[in-house]
Each structure stands twice: as C-alpha cells, then as structure tokens.
Ligand binder design. Structure first.
Ligand SMILES: NC(=O)C1=CN([C@@H]2O[C@H](COP(=O)(O)OP(=O)(O)OC[C@H]3O[C@@H](n4cnc5c(N)ncnc54)[C@H](OP(=O)(O)O)[C@@H]3O)[C@@H](O)[C@H]2O)C=CC1
Ligand SMILES: N[C@@H](CCC(=O)OP(=O)(O)O)C(=O)O
Length: 426
C-alpha cells in the first residue's frame, strides 16, 4: 500500500464504519449477544489456525530481538484464546445498557426530562502488539453498539488479521454488518495519521501506548482523544505497615509481570520502616534479578543484601516507566512526601499505599491524583476484568469522559431526552 492509497483506504474504512455504526446503534440486544457467543465459538474452533499466524509474528519478533516480556505479550496461546473467548461469553451475559433511561423527572413546565445511554458511534483505537486486545476491543465495541477501526501493533499484524476475520465472520453470522469491526491491514504508521484526522467518520480515538504515540496524537489528532498512556505506578510502604503483607504486595506489583502499564515502577518507603523493610524486599528482588535504582538512603540499607543489583538513581529515574526488571527506590519522610513525590513524578495511572493507618489511607485516596488509587493491594489489579467490567479497552489516563479501566460504559454517552404532551415554553 503506498501513501495515497493509505489515505483512500482509511477514508473508505471510515465511511463503512460510519454506516455500520448506524446499524449497530439500532441492532437488537439479542443480535449483539449472539455475535459475541458466535465469536467465542469461532475462537475456540480456531486455536490451531490462529497458532500458525501467531507463530509467524513470534518468529519475526524474536528474530528482530524483541525483549522477552514484549514477546510474551505477543503470544496468543490456547490459554489466552480460552480467556478471551470466555470474556466474550461473559460480556454476552451482562445486561445491555444501551437504551437505558435514567433520571426521568417532570419539570414545572410539564415536560419530563431524563437521559438515555447511547453508543458513541465510531471509535478508532491504536494499541500495542498484544493480540488479545483485538478481541477485547472488538467484543466491547459489539456489546456497546459501536463500530470501530482497530490499529494494533505491527509485531502482531498476522495474528490480528486472523482474529479480525473471525470477528467479522461472527458479526455476519449474526446478521450484523462485518464492517462494524475493521482492522487496519497495513503496519505503515501513515495509517495512524489518517485514522486520527477523520472527524467526519471517527468520533473518538483511543491511543494505548507510550510517549512516541502520544506526541504524534497531541500534534496531529483532529478528533477527541481518550488517552491510555504510560504507567509510572508507585507502591508506597507507609509507617505503620504490616511488612509481611507489604512484601507480598510489592513483590507482586513489580514482578508478577513487568510489561503491563500497571506494574509498579517505583517503590517509596517511609523512613520509620525502611531499615526493616528494604533489606527484606531487597532479598526478594535480588533473587528475581530486579535492578534497584536507589537514592543514597535506600542504597545504604540495601548494601549488605547478597546479590542485590543496586545502582544510584538519577533524577530521570523517578519519571521512568521501565517495563523491565528494574525499580526505582526512595526513602521518604512519610505520607506527605510520598504523596508529593507521586503527584510530581507519576503518570496519574495507578498508585498504592501499604498501611495500617486508616487516616493515612483516607488521605492517600483523596490526595493522590491518579486514575486508580489503592490501599493494601497490588497496582497490577488496575484492569477492567479485575474491576468487574468483563473486559477492557484499556486504562484511561485522561480525566474526562472515562478514567481508569474502560469498559462498556466508557464507550457510551448519555444524551438528554425530553418527553412532552405539546408543552410550549412561555
Ligand atoms: N494505559 C493503558 O491502558 C496502556 C498503556 N500502555 C503503555 O504502552 C507502552 C508500551 O507499549 P509499546 O508497544 O511500547 O507502545 P508504543 O507506543 O510503542 O506502541 C503502541 C502503538 O502505538 C503505535 N505507535 C507508537 N508510536 C507511534 C507513532 N509515532 N506514530 C504512529 N503510531 C505509533 C505503535 O505502532 P508500531 O507497531 O508501528 O510501533 C503501536 O501500535 C507503555 O508506555 C505502556 O504503559 C500499554 C497498554 C495499555
Ligand atoms: N490491564 C492490563 C494491562 C494491559 C497492559 O498494560 O498491557 P501491555 O502494556 O501490553 O503489557 C492487565 O493488567 O492485564
């Protein structure tokens, strides 16, 4: 596909999406749920075929030297397919919120005023090389009566094409327009430039990614954006704290998986517990090969931990999202300093306090300016499925329209409805 063709292709996709969105918006709940169940069945039937496409993606990624955690998220094994298929069925079983009417109230004029939940229309989504996101986004789009144009990461192109074919078949088999879910078929980033500049066809763009993506979106987007950006997430070990609990939670937040945006990248420890806690977590991190980028006080407390990889932190480290077996560590005076540090250096994604102090917990919840704020839990829980949304579009780091994990509701809006009996305004 050369550059002019990309523009033409994206415009054609946009037009088809716009037409499909109108059909989806008035489609029946039964048809949309049927499409989701059919998709689940097709996914389960296609495990072997999908493996062929995914193996091609994996081979290219490994040959290109992609880091192991990124190769891992590219993998579409039987377990991942089973999970997304189950997710489709769970979504099908969830209540349909489209058409819900809330807050109907009679006004002094006699009119009744309320609000109705409706699909947004068409959304464009740009996301990382994680093929399961293709199904999560497609299934949420179907459930919420929208149409979407998906642009996944280039390493996942073959897997995504195969998955998109299954989605379109499921839509067709259920009497819905296949164009309701379209995948950009080229890895040329020019397509991203087009997708974010077609307000006549695309109502909102959802970028999931890092700094390069957001710089481009900020420069070029001509449609509203719901940003799903980087996670410089913090775990703060407070004084007082149950240190055994903190050990388990901080370990999980850093090492359970290092590539997701909700993994903790920075550990703050209150001075009063630092001498007890840091050597203990240092041992855990040393055993798992986690490099620790420390301020001078933390480094001194970790000095005698056998095998610990301790490096002096630079100012830049406090801003860093490593997505790797690396964590920054700082000793802080207490809650005030922890909150100030998180609000200054964090990315307003997800941050947690580990504490025994109820007042500290309440203050942390109120004062940390992030999409998810947690008490005594791992930041890894910031996830639509874990929050009971069935699936997730991603984790919004924006404040408007949707914040944190985005599910069906985030893909809808509430329009005002007015019911009268011939009333006129006096
Ligand atoms: N908040 C959330 O919900 C999520 C956030 N993330 C964040 O994403 C980042 C990690 O993923 P990673 O794959 O490295 O992210 P990238 O930003 O590199 O890639 C994500 C997508 O954006 C595209 N892209 C990146 N830069 C540009 C550009 N300049 N122009 C056009 N398209 C672009 C990529 O395309 P291409 O394939 O061509 O590189 C890919 O499709 C982390 O910062 C993580 O926190 C990840 C998942 C969820
Ligand atoms: N909410 C998701 C995080 C998704 C995410 O960040 O993905 P990625 O950056 O591709 O590893 C989860 O915890 O599974």
């Amino acid at each position: 596909m050369n550059a002019p063709n990309i523009a033409e292709t994206l415009h054609a996709m946009g037009l088809q999406a716009r037409q499909a969105a109108a059909v989806m918006a008035k489609s029946s709940t039964a048809a949309r749920n049927q499409a989701l169940r059919r998709l689940a069945a097709l996914l389960r039937e296609s495990v072997q075929a999908l493996d062929v496409d995914n193996t091609r993606d994996l081979a290219r990624a490994e040959a290109a030297g992609l880091a192991a955690p990124m190769v891992d998220r590219l993998r579409l094994g039987a377990k991942v397919i089973a999970t997304v298929a189950e997710g489709c069925e769970q979504l099908a079983a969830m209540p349909d919120i489209i058409g819900d009417i809330v807050g109907m109230q009679q006004q002094p004029s006699g009119i009744r005023v309320g609000r109705m939940r409706v699909p947004i229309g068409v959304f464009g989504m740009i996301y990382e090389s994680r093929p399961n996101v293709t199904i999560e986004a497609a299934s949420l789009s179907i459930k919420s009566g929208n149409a979407c144009i998906l642009r996944g990461g280039s390493e996942a192109i073959d897997s995504n094409k195969a998955l998109a074919r299954l989605v379109q078949q499921a839509l067709q088999d259920s009497g819905l327009p296949p164009e309701a879910v379209q995948l950009v078929q080229t890895t040329d980033r020019e397509a991203v430039g087009q997708l974010i500049a077609m307000p006549q066809y695309v109502d909102v763009v959802i970028p999931r990614g890092g700094k390069s993506l957001i710089e481009r979106i900020s420069r070029e987007a001509k449609v509203p954006v719901i940003k799903h950006l980087d996670g410089n997430c913090h775990s703060y070990v407070d004084d007082p704290c149950d240190l055994d609990m903190a050990l388990r939670v901080v370990d999980n937040a850093k090492t359970q998986k290092v590539s997701p945006c909700n993994a903790s990248e920075s550990l703050l420890v209150a001075r009063g517990v630092a001498a007890d806690f840091l050597p203990r977590i240092g041992e855990v991190f040393a055993a798992k090969g986690v490099e620790m980028r420390c301020d001078a006080e933390a480094a001194a407390l970790l000095r005698n931990v056998q095998g610990a990889r301790v490096v002096a932190a630079t100012e830049q480290d406090w801003y860093e999202e490593y997505l790797a077996l690396v964590i920054s560590i700082k000793v802080v005076g207490g809650l005030d300093e922890a909150i100030a540090h998180i609000n200054h250096y964090g990315s307003h994604h997800t941050d947690a306090i580990l504490t025994r102090d109820h007042v500290h917990a309440q203050r942390f919840l109120r004062e940390v300016d992030s999409a998810s704020v947690m008490v005594n839990a791992s930041t890894r829980f910031a996830d639509g499925f874990e929050y009971g949304l069935g699936a997730e579009i991603g984790i919004s780091t924006d404040k408007f329209h949707a914040r944190g994990p985005v599910g069906i509701e985030g893909l809808t809006s509430l329009k005002w409805i007015v019911l009268g009996q011939g009333e006129v305004r006096g």
